[in-house]
Design a protein around this ligand. Structure first.
Ligand SMILES: Cc1ncc(COP(=O)(O)O)c(C=O)c1O
Length: 405
Protein backbone atom coordinates (compact mmCIF):
# COMPACT_ATOMS: atom_id res chain seq x y z
CA UNK A 1 0.00 0.00 0.00
CA UNK A 2 1.43 3.38 -0.86
CA UNK A 3 0.98 6.34 1.44
CA UNK A 4 1.95 9.92 0.52
CA UNK A 5 5.19 11.38 1.89
CA UNK A 6 3.22 14.02 3.75
CA UNK A 7 0.93 11.51 5.45
CA UNK A 8 3.79 9.14 6.21
CA UNK A 9 5.92 11.81 7.83
CA UNK A 10 3.10 13.52 9.70
CA UNK A 11 3.54 13.28 13.47
CA UNK A 12 0.67 12.02 15.54
CA UNK A 13 -0.60 14.51 18.09
CA UNK A 14 1.37 13.98 21.33
CA UNK A 15 -1.70 14.82 23.39
CA UNK A 16 -3.66 12.10 21.66
CA UNK A 17 -0.84 9.57 22.14
CA UNK A 18 -0.70 10.26 25.89
CA UNK A 19 -4.49 10.25 26.16
CA UNK A 20 -4.60 6.86 24.44
CA UNK A 21 -2.06 5.42 26.91
CA UNK A 22 -4.20 6.80 29.73
CA UNK A 23 -7.36 5.33 28.23
CA UNK A 24 -5.83 1.85 28.12
CA UNK A 25 -4.76 2.13 31.78
CA UNK A 26 -8.18 3.46 32.79
CA UNK A 27 -9.88 0.56 31.03
CA UNK A 28 -7.78 -1.74 33.19
CA UNK A 29 -9.31 0.01 36.19
CA UNK A 30 -6.21 2.08 37.11
CA UNK A 31 -6.92 5.40 38.90
CA UNK A 32 -5.34 7.57 36.21
CA UNK A 33 -5.44 11.39 36.43
CA UNK A 34 -5.07 13.31 33.19
CA UNK A 35 -3.21 16.60 33.16
CA UNK A 36 -3.13 16.47 29.37
CA UNK A 37 -6.64 17.55 28.38
CA UNK A 38 -6.95 20.32 25.83
CA UNK A 39 -10.46 21.34 26.80
CA UNK A 40 -12.42 22.50 29.80
CA UNK A 41 -15.30 20.08 30.30
CA UNK A 42 -17.92 22.77 30.68
CA UNK A 43 -21.56 22.74 29.70
CA UNK A 44 -22.50 24.51 26.48
CA UNK A 45 -24.36 27.82 27.06
CA UNK A 46 -28.14 27.11 27.16
CA UNK A 47 -28.89 29.67 24.45
CA UNK A 48 -26.64 27.71 22.07
CA UNK A 49 -28.44 24.44 22.80
CA UNK A 50 -31.81 26.10 22.33
CA UNK A 51 -30.83 27.61 18.97
CA UNK A 52 -29.52 24.27 17.68
CA UNK A 53 -32.64 22.45 18.92
CA UNK A 54 -34.99 24.91 17.22
CA UNK A 55 -33.05 24.62 13.97
CA UNK A 56 -33.19 20.82 14.12
CA UNK A 57 -36.92 20.94 14.86
CA UNK A 58 -37.54 22.65 11.50
CA UNK A 59 -36.44 19.40 9.86
CA UNK A 60 -34.69 21.42 7.15
CA UNK A 61 -31.08 20.48 7.69
CA UNK A 62 -29.51 21.24 4.33
CA UNK A 63 -26.37 22.76 2.89
CA UNK A 64 -25.56 26.26 4.07
CA UNK A 65 -23.43 28.92 2.31
CA UNK A 66 -19.79 27.77 2.21
CA UNK A 67 -18.60 31.05 3.73
CA UNK A 68 -20.94 30.49 6.69
CA UNK A 69 -24.51 31.30 7.72
CA UNK A 70 -25.14 35.06 7.52
CA UNK A 71 -26.36 35.16 11.13
CA UNK A 72 -23.09 33.63 12.38
CA UNK A 73 -21.02 35.91 10.16
CA UNK A 74 -22.94 38.88 11.61
CA UNK A 75 -22.29 37.55 15.12
CA UNK A 76 -18.55 37.44 14.34
CA UNK A 77 -18.70 41.01 13.04
CA UNK A 78 -20.37 42.00 16.36
CA UNK A 79 -17.86 39.99 18.39
CA UNK A 80 -14.96 41.67 16.60
CA UNK A 81 -16.51 45.06 17.39
CA UNK A 82 -17.10 44.20 21.06
CA UNK A 83 -13.94 42.26 21.90
CA UNK A 84 -11.41 43.71 19.43
CA UNK A 85 -12.83 47.19 19.17
CA UNK A 86 -12.49 46.81 15.41
CA UNK A 87 -15.00 47.34 12.61
CA UNK A 88 -15.11 44.71 9.90
CA UNK A 89 -17.56 43.76 7.15
CA UNK A 90 -19.21 40.36 6.63
CA UNK A 91 -16.97 40.00 3.56
CA UNK A 92 -13.96 39.85 5.91
CA UNK A 93 -15.27 36.73 7.67
CA UNK A 94 -15.17 33.03 6.83
CA UNK A 95 -16.66 30.41 9.16
CA UNK A 96 -14.51 27.29 9.59
CA UNK A 97 -14.72 23.86 11.21
CA UNK A 98 -12.88 25.03 14.33
CA UNK A 99 -9.83 27.26 14.55
CA UNK A 100 -7.73 24.30 13.45
CA UNK A 101 -9.42 23.94 10.08
CA UNK A 102 -9.33 27.74 9.79
CA UNK A 103 -5.53 27.61 10.11
CA UNK A 104 -5.21 24.72 7.68
CA UNK A 105 -7.43 26.30 5.04
CA UNK A 106 -5.66 29.63 5.49
CA UNK A 107 -2.31 28.02 4.84
CA UNK A 108 -3.74 26.26 1.77
CA UNK A 109 -4.86 29.75 0.70
CA UNK A 110 -1.56 31.54 1.38
CA UNK A 111 1.34 29.10 1.12
CA UNK A 112 3.00 27.69 -2.01
CA UNK A 113 5.16 24.56 -1.82
CA UNK A 114 8.44 25.29 0.03
CA UNK A 115 7.29 28.67 1.32
CA UNK A 116 8.32 29.24 4.91
CA UNK A 117 6.00 29.87 7.81
CA UNK A 118 7.51 31.20 11.03
CA UNK A 119 6.37 29.53 14.23
CA UNK A 120 7.26 30.88 17.65
CA UNK A 121 8.42 28.37 20.21
CA UNK A 122 7.02 27.02 22.47
CA UNK A 123 4.25 26.33 19.98
CA UNK A 124 1.03 24.38 19.68
CA UNK A 125 1.95 20.89 18.43
CA UNK A 126 -0.23 21.16 15.33
CA UNK A 127 1.39 24.24 13.75
CA UNK A 128 4.47 22.56 12.22
CA UNK A 129 2.38 19.62 11.04
CA UNK A 130 -0.26 21.85 9.44
CA UNK A 131 2.50 23.76 7.63
CA UNK A 132 3.94 20.45 6.37
CA UNK A 133 0.49 19.31 5.26
CA UNK A 134 0.36 22.20 2.81
CA UNK A 135 3.92 21.43 1.60
CA UNK A 136 5.31 24.48 3.39
CA UNK A 137 8.40 24.62 5.60
CA UNK A 138 8.02 25.45 9.29
CA UNK A 139 10.73 27.81 10.56
CA UNK A 140 10.93 27.74 14.35
CA UNK A 141 12.06 30.78 16.36
CA UNK A 142 13.14 29.90 19.90
CA UNK A 143 12.97 32.33 22.82
CA UNK A 144 16.12 33.12 24.86
CA UNK A 145 16.76 30.22 27.25
CA UNK A 146 15.54 32.05 30.37
CA UNK A 147 12.14 33.06 28.98
CA UNK A 148 9.21 31.68 26.99
CA UNK A 149 8.79 34.82 24.91
CA UNK A 150 10.66 35.13 21.60
CA UNK A 151 12.50 38.34 20.74
CA UNK A 152 11.47 40.50 17.82
CA UNK A 153 15.07 40.63 16.53
CA UNK A 154 15.15 36.82 16.31
CA UNK A 155 11.81 36.81 14.48
CA UNK A 156 13.11 39.41 12.06
CA UNK A 157 16.29 37.41 11.48
CA UNK A 158 14.23 34.33 10.61
CA UNK A 159 12.48 36.12 7.74
CA UNK A 160 13.77 35.06 4.35
CA UNK A 161 12.81 35.44 0.70
CA UNK A 162 10.17 32.73 0.90
CA UNK A 163 8.59 33.64 4.25
CA UNK A 164 4.83 33.93 3.79
CA UNK A 165 3.44 34.10 7.30
CA UNK A 166 4.09 34.15 11.02
CA UNK A 167 1.72 32.25 13.31
CA UNK A 168 1.30 33.76 16.76
CA UNK A 169 -0.60 32.26 19.68
CA UNK A 170 -1.02 34.51 22.70
CA UNK A 171 -2.26 33.53 25.30
CA UNK A 172 -0.01 30.65 24.46
CA UNK A 173 -0.53 26.93 24.39
CA UNK A 174 1.56 25.33 25.96
CA UNK A 175 3.08 28.00 28.28
CA UNK A 176 0.08 30.12 29.32
CA UNK A 177 2.25 33.16 28.62
CA UNK A 178 0.60 36.30 27.22
CA UNK A 179 2.95 38.18 24.89
CA UNK A 180 3.55 41.81 25.87
CA UNK A 181 1.80 44.53 23.81
CA UNK A 182 5.19 45.81 22.58
CA UNK A 183 5.92 42.46 20.95
CA UNK A 184 2.52 42.30 19.22
CA UNK A 185 2.98 45.89 18.05
CA UNK A 186 6.47 45.14 16.74
CA UNK A 187 5.20 42.06 14.89
CA UNK A 188 2.38 44.05 13.29
CA UNK A 189 4.87 46.69 12.13
CA UNK A 190 7.26 44.05 10.84
CA UNK A 191 4.59 42.14 8.93
CA UNK A 192 3.06 45.27 7.44
CA UNK A 193 6.50 46.48 6.34
CA UNK A 194 7.71 43.15 4.94
CA UNK A 195 4.29 42.15 3.47
CA UNK A 196 4.14 38.93 5.45
CA UNK A 197 0.86 37.60 6.85
CA UNK A 198 0.56 37.79 10.62
CA UNK A 199 -1.83 35.02 11.63
CA UNK A 200 -3.01 35.52 15.19
CA UNK A 201 -4.46 32.36 16.72
CA UNK A 202 -6.63 34.00 19.37
CA UNK A 203 -8.44 30.89 20.56
CA UNK A 204 -7.57 31.65 24.23
CA UNK A 205 -7.87 35.46 24.13
CA UNK A 206 -10.77 35.58 26.62
CA UNK A 207 -9.11 33.22 29.11
CA UNK A 208 -6.73 35.66 30.78
CA UNK A 209 -6.01 36.37 34.45
CA UNK A 210 -5.28 39.28 36.79
CA UNK A 211 -6.64 41.99 34.52
CA UNK A 212 -4.06 41.11 31.88
CA UNK A 213 -5.45 41.49 28.41
CA UNK A 214 -4.28 39.76 25.29
CA UNK A 215 -3.90 42.72 22.98
CA UNK A 216 -5.26 42.49 19.48
CA UNK A 217 -3.10 42.91 16.38
CA UNK A 218 -5.76 45.30 15.06
CA UNK A 219 -4.87 47.78 17.83
CA UNK A 220 -1.63 48.49 15.99
CA UNK A 221 -2.77 48.15 12.38
CA UNK A 222 -1.92 51.02 10.09
CA UNK A 223 -3.05 49.30 6.89
CA UNK A 224 -6.82 48.79 6.98
CA UNK A 225 -7.09 48.32 3.24
CA UNK A 226 -7.77 45.23 1.19
CA UNK A 227 -4.04 44.59 1.37
CA UNK A 228 -4.00 44.20 5.15
CA UNK A 229 -1.65 41.42 6.19
CA UNK A 230 -3.33 40.86 9.56
CA UNK A 231 -5.46 37.76 10.02
CA UNK A 232 -7.25 36.61 13.17
CA UNK A 233 -8.36 33.04 13.77
CA UNK A 234 -10.72 32.33 16.64
CA UNK A 235 -13.63 30.11 17.64
CA UNK A 236 -16.08 29.00 20.30
CA UNK A 237 -14.21 25.84 21.36
CA UNK A 238 -12.30 26.92 24.44
CA UNK A 239 -13.97 30.02 25.90
CA UNK A 240 -17.53 28.78 25.43
CA UNK A 241 -16.84 25.13 26.27
CA UNK A 242 -17.98 24.14 22.77
CA UNK A 243 -15.07 22.04 21.49
CA UNK A 244 -17.42 19.40 20.06
CA UNK A 245 -19.26 21.92 17.87
CA UNK A 246 -16.14 22.37 15.71
CA UNK A 247 -16.83 25.98 14.92
CA UNK A 248 -14.40 28.80 14.39
CA UNK A 249 -13.75 31.66 12.02
CA UNK A 250 -11.10 33.69 10.27
CA UNK A 251 -11.08 37.46 9.84
CA UNK A 252 -8.94 38.65 6.94
CA UNK A 253 -8.88 41.16 4.13
CA UNK A 254 -11.59 40.65 1.51
CA UNK A 255 -9.31 39.06 -1.09
CA UNK A 256 -7.88 36.53 1.36
CA UNK A 257 -11.35 35.87 2.83
CA UNK A 258 -12.83 35.15 -0.65
CA UNK A 259 -9.97 32.82 -1.53
CA UNK A 260 -10.34 31.11 1.83
CA UNK A 261 -14.10 30.70 1.28
CA UNK A 262 -13.34 29.07 -2.07
CA UNK A 263 -10.91 26.63 -0.42
CA UNK A 264 -13.45 25.85 2.34
CA UNK A 265 -16.17 25.34 -0.25
CA UNK A 266 -14.06 22.78 -2.07
CA UNK A 267 -12.84 20.81 0.94
CA UNK A 268 -15.84 21.04 3.26
CA UNK A 269 -18.77 22.35 1.17
CA UNK A 270 -20.22 24.05 4.24
CA UNK A 271 -20.62 23.67 7.98
CA UNK A 272 -23.59 22.22 9.79
CA UNK A 273 -26.52 24.65 10.16
CA UNK A 274 -27.59 23.62 13.70
CA UNK A 275 -24.05 24.01 14.97
CA UNK A 276 -23.60 27.39 13.32
CA UNK A 277 -26.78 28.84 14.84
CA UNK A 278 -25.61 27.48 18.20
CA UNK A 279 -22.30 29.32 17.84
CA UNK A 280 -24.14 32.49 16.80
CA UNK A 281 -26.37 32.24 19.89
CA UNK A 282 -23.32 31.79 22.13
CA UNK A 283 -21.61 34.83 20.61
CA UNK A 284 -24.81 36.91 20.84
CA UNK A 285 -25.55 35.69 24.39
CA UNK A 286 -24.52 37.18 27.74
CA UNK A 287 -21.10 35.44 27.86
CA UNK A 288 -21.63 34.69 31.55
CA UNK A 289 -20.22 31.17 31.09
CA UNK A 290 -17.00 32.63 29.68
CA UNK A 291 -16.45 34.78 32.76
CA UNK A 292 -17.31 31.87 35.06
CA UNK A 293 -14.81 29.63 33.29
CA UNK A 294 -12.16 32.36 33.26
CA UNK A 295 -12.43 32.92 37.01
CA UNK A 296 -12.42 29.18 37.78
CA UNK A 297 -9.30 28.79 35.67
CA UNK A 298 -7.65 31.68 37.47
CA UNK A 299 -8.26 29.93 40.82
CA UNK A 300 -6.94 26.69 39.37
CA UNK A 301 -3.88 28.50 38.06
CA UNK A 302 -3.20 29.90 41.56
CA UNK A 303 -3.58 26.46 43.07
CA UNK A 304 -1.29 24.87 40.51
CA UNK A 305 1.40 27.52 41.03
CA UNK A 306 1.26 27.12 44.83
CA UNK A 307 1.63 23.35 44.48
CA UNK A 308 4.53 23.62 42.03
CA UNK A 309 6.23 26.04 44.43
CA UNK A 310 6.46 23.07 46.78
CA UNK A 311 9.10 21.48 44.54
CA UNK A 312 12.57 22.72 45.25
CA UNK A 313 13.83 22.09 41.74
CA UNK A 314 10.96 23.01 39.48
CA UNK A 315 10.81 26.38 37.73
CA UNK A 316 7.54 27.52 36.22
CA UNK A 317 6.70 30.77 34.48
CA UNK A 318 3.38 31.94 35.94
CA UNK A 319 0.71 31.66 33.24
CA UNK A 320 -1.35 34.76 32.58
CA UNK A 321 -3.91 32.94 30.48
CA UNK A 322 -5.14 29.61 28.99
CA UNK A 323 -5.30 26.51 31.20
CA UNK A 324 -1.79 25.23 30.66
CA UNK A 325 1.57 25.68 32.31
CA UNK A 326 5.00 24.48 31.24
CA UNK A 327 7.17 23.76 34.28
CA UNK A 328 10.82 22.85 33.85
CA UNK A 329 11.42 19.42 35.39
CA UNK A 330 14.90 18.96 33.93
CA UNK A 331 16.49 18.91 37.40
CA UNK A 332 14.75 15.54 37.88
CA UNK A 333 15.07 14.14 34.36
CA UNK A 334 16.39 15.87 31.26
CA UNK A 335 14.54 13.59 28.85
CA UNK A 336 10.96 14.84 29.11
CA UNK A 337 9.53 11.96 27.05
CA UNK A 338 11.02 9.49 29.51
CA UNK A 339 9.79 11.60 32.39
CA UNK A 340 6.22 11.69 31.08
CA UNK A 341 6.29 7.90 30.60
CA UNK A 342 7.74 7.44 34.09
CA UNK A 343 5.03 9.61 35.68
CA UNK A 344 2.32 7.73 33.83
CA UNK A 345 3.72 4.36 34.87
CA UNK A 346 4.53 5.17 38.51
CA UNK A 347 2.17 7.99 39.48
CA UNK A 348 -0.62 7.28 36.96
CA UNK A 349 -0.57 10.94 35.95
CA UNK A 350 -0.80 11.86 32.28
CA UNK A 351 1.35 14.82 31.19
CA UNK A 352 2.61 15.92 27.77
CA UNK A 353 6.38 16.11 27.14
CA UNK A 354 7.56 19.67 26.46
CA UNK A 355 9.70 18.62 23.49
CA UNK A 356 6.47 18.10 21.55
CA UNK A 357 5.99 21.87 21.82
CA UNK A 358 9.62 22.73 21.11
CA UNK A 359 10.42 23.01 24.86
CA UNK A 360 12.54 20.02 25.95
CA UNK A 361 13.04 19.40 29.65
CA UNK A 362 9.55 20.64 30.44
CA UNK A 363 6.14 19.06 30.86
CA UNK A 364 2.85 20.63 29.86
CA UNK A 365 0.34 20.37 32.67
CA UNK A 366 -3.30 21.32 32.23
CA UNK A 367 -5.29 22.89 35.04
CA UNK A 368 -8.80 22.90 33.62
CA UNK A 369 -9.94 19.96 35.79
CA UNK A 370 -11.33 19.89 39.32
CA UNK A 371 -9.12 21.52 42.03
CA UNK A 372 -8.97 18.23 44.00
CA UNK A 373 -7.66 16.43 40.97
CA UNK A 374 -4.95 19.03 40.49
CA UNK A 375 -3.84 18.62 44.13
CA UNK A 376 -3.80 14.86 43.86
CA UNK A 377 -1.91 14.83 40.56
CA UNK A 378 0.80 17.14 41.87
CA UNK A 379 1.09 15.18 45.14
CA UNK A 380 1.61 12.00 43.10
CA UNK A 381 4.23 13.64 40.86
CA UNK A 382 6.05 14.89 43.92
CA UNK A 383 5.92 11.48 45.56
CA UNK A 384 7.29 9.86 42.38
CA UNK A 385 10.15 12.35 41.94
CA UNK A 386 11.16 13.59 45.35
CA UNK A 387 12.60 11.08 47.83
CA UNK A 388 12.29 13.73 50.57
CA UNK A 389 8.51 13.29 50.57
CA UNK A 390 6.60 10.42 52.11
CA UNK A 391 7.38 6.86 50.93
CA UNK A 392 3.77 5.85 50.60
CA UNK A 393 0.83 7.32 48.78
CA UNK A 394 -2.84 6.47 48.46
CA UNK A 395 -3.71 6.03 44.79
CA UNK A 396 -7.41 5.45 44.28
CA UNK A 397 -7.75 3.63 47.61
CA UNK A 398 -4.57 1.59 47.14
CA UNK A 399 -1.49 2.30 49.27
CA UNK A 400 1.58 2.33 47.03
CA UNK A 401 5.16 2.37 48.35
CA UNK A 402 7.95 4.06 46.42
CA UNK A 403 10.46 1.41 45.41
CA UNK A 404 12.91 3.68 43.53
CA UNK A 405 14.94 6.73 44.47
C1 LIG B 1 -3.45 27.12 20.10
C2 LIG B 1 -4.63 26.37 19.61
N1 LIG B 1 -5.22 26.75 18.46
C3 LIG B 1 -6.29 26.10 17.98
C4 LIG B 1 -6.81 25.02 18.65
C5 LIG B 1 -7.99 24.28 18.05
O1 LIG B 1 -9.17 24.96 18.22
P1 LIG B 1 -10.52 24.39 17.58
O2 LIG B 1 -11.10 23.41 18.55
O3 LIG B 1 -11.38 25.61 17.40
O4 LIG B 1 -10.16 23.76 16.28
C6 LIG B 1 -6.23 24.58 19.85
C7 LIG B 1 -6.74 23.39 20.55
O5 LIG B 1 -6.12 22.80 21.39
C8 LIG B 1 -5.12 25.29 20.35
O6 LIG B 1 -4.53 24.95 21.50
Amino acid sequence: MSISHVARELKQSATLVMSEKARVLKERGEPVISMAAGEPFRITPPEAIQAATEYLATGRIHYTPSRGLPELIDAVVGYTRDYYNYEIQPTNVVITAGAKQGLYNLLVTLVNPNDEVIILSPYWVSYPEIVRLVHGLPKIVDPPSDTLIPRIEDIEKAIGKSTRAIIVNSPNNPSGVVYPPELIKAMVELCEKRKIYLIMDDIYHRLVFNDVSAVSCFDYATDHSDDSHLIVVNGVSKSFGMTGFRLGWAVANKKVASALAKVSGQNTTCLSGPLQVAAAAALNGDHSSVEKLRSELENNRDKMMALLDGFENVECVRPEGTFYCLPDFSAYEKDDVRLADFLLEKALVVTVPGSEFGAPGRLRLTYCGQPDEISEAIARIRWALDPETTDEINMGGRIVKRSWT
